[in-house]
Design a protein around this ligand. Structure first.
Ligand SMILES: CC(C)(COP(=O)(O)OP(=O)(O)OC[C@H]1O[C@@H](n2cnc3c(N)ncnc32)[C@H](O)[C@@H]1OP(=O)(O)O)[C@@H](O)C(=O)NCCC(=O)NCCS
Length: 368
């Protein structure tokens, strides 16, 4: 058995076959994983597709997509893990566990600050990837409001790119990659929904867009959005008022403050609140805290926050105070705002004000 190592170019087809078998054809679906994820499962990304190989054939896989991300103007590096699979004849031999260790080393070497995983199984929990954050699901009912702007269905990607690049939190997408992702519509394809993008514009100026997932029963789920928040609500109403729409569901992370406050004005009802889907692990704690600290200084005028690893613990320094937590409790403090019992007073005031920190949630075109 060879590995963990990056897949070779000549092995990519066999790896694609394995991924398609595990996630698609073994359950009677079309082999379209490489179509759903054209950038991720590709020759350009070989270095980030880690495999175990037996007799020249990939038998276990963990893939990463590593990207630059703007966190309110602070550059962070984000890795997303996906298409995790082991050939059924090779399961329960520890292959995925070995790959997971290699993935963590690879992320560190690639300078990644934050890992996003689209699942929460034992394999990821053992690697200290945790549930985090908070999302509230709203239902938007049909209402009497009319959009003040022109609505364009499936507009040119250039409009979307302009709005996306201005989002406070956004992944870096070159225009060609953006086009490929819109065409692939990864998440809708995975859950066998149609994908429609609605753009509001005035003249030639794009104002806001929503990508919607259309279920066969008339249900619509919002998937990615960007632009002016009041205009987004108008697009949401427009979609919900379409005759073919039965119900609109919009999952809103806690940091979407303006949208949360606008919801009652559009008669939207809370359906449920839960943690964000997927799990998270901070990879380079000191670097992550340094970047977050700059965001906090800019947005809240706070003093400098520093972080470093100490064995299995993560340590925060703030003014003359220190807090040591294990990874789980640290993740809960930062991303869910759960204050530990031993938090010193100045840090307590800080986190009461700033937590939960905004957290990238790639349910949109970045979904892996
Ligand atoms: C999930 C998946 C990738 C795991 O692959 P794997 O190579 O079998 O993983 P491992 O062998 O490292 O671990 C699997 C289990 O076997 C156990 N195990 C590991 N070595 C073992 C050994 N020598 N003997 C017995 N059990 C062992 C592990 O403890 C683990 O148990 P747990 O996850 O219930 O805690 C594989 O089951 C799969 O392809 N599933 C379908 C696709 C899928 O669901 N992917 C994940 C999407 S989020």
């Amino acid at each position: 058995m060879e590995g963990p190592r990056a897949v070779k170019k000549e092995e990519l087809q066999q790896l694609t076959d394995l991924i398609n078998y595990v996630f698609r054809t073994s359950s009677g679906r079309e082999a379209d994983m490489h179509i759903s994820f054209p950038l991720f499962i590709s020759e350009e990304n070989l270095n980030n597709l880690l495999v175990m190989v037996d007799n020249g054939k990939p038998v276990s896989h963990m893939g990463l997509w590593i990207n630059d991300f703007s966190y309110f103007g602070q550059p962070i590096r984000v890795g997303s893990l996906g298409s995790v699979c082991t050939d059924p004849n090779y399961r329960r031999q520890g292959l995925a566990t070995k790959l997971m260790d290699a993935v963590l080393d690879h992320l560190e070497a690639e300078g990644v600050d934050l890992l996003l995983v689209s699942g929460g199984r034992g394999l990821y929990q053992r690697a200290q990837c945790f549930k985090a954050g908070e999302v509230t699901w709203y239902n938007i009912s049909k209402n009497s409001s009319l959009p003040r702007f022109e609505i364009v269905v499936n507009p040119p990607v250039e409009y979307l790119a302009e709005l996306w690049s201005r989002e406070p939190m956004h992944s870096h997408r070159e225009l060609n990659n953006f086009k490929a992702l819109v065409e692939a519509a990864p998440l809708p394809r995975c859950i066998q929904h149609q994908s429609t993008v609605y753009l509001a514009k005035i003249g030639n100026a794009p104002l806001a867009y929503i990508q919607a997932l259309n279920a066969p029963n008339g249900g619509v789920l919002f998937y990615e959005w960007a632009g002016d928040r009041t205009v987004l609500l108008e697009i949401a109403s427009y979609i919900s008022n379409l005759p073919e729409t039965r119900e609109v569901t919009w999952p809103l992370p806690s940091w979407e403050k303006a949208l949360h406050n606008l919801m009652p004005k559009f008669d939207a009802k809370v359906n449920r609140t839960e943690e964000l889907s997927g799990t998270y692990r901070i990879i380079r704690f000191a670097s992550f805290i340094e970047k977050i600290s700059k965001y906090l200084q800019e947005h809240y005028g706070t003093n400098e926050l520093q972080g470093f690893d100490e064995g299995d613990m993560q340590v925060l320094h703030y003014l003359d105070e220190e807090l040591k937590l294990d990874r789980k409790n640290m993740s809960e403090l930062l991303f869910s705002g759960l204050l530990p019992k031993n938090i010193p007073s100045k840090m307590k005031s800080l986190f009461l004000e700033v937590a939960p920190l905004p957290l990238p949630w790639p349910i949109g075109f970045d979904y892996i």
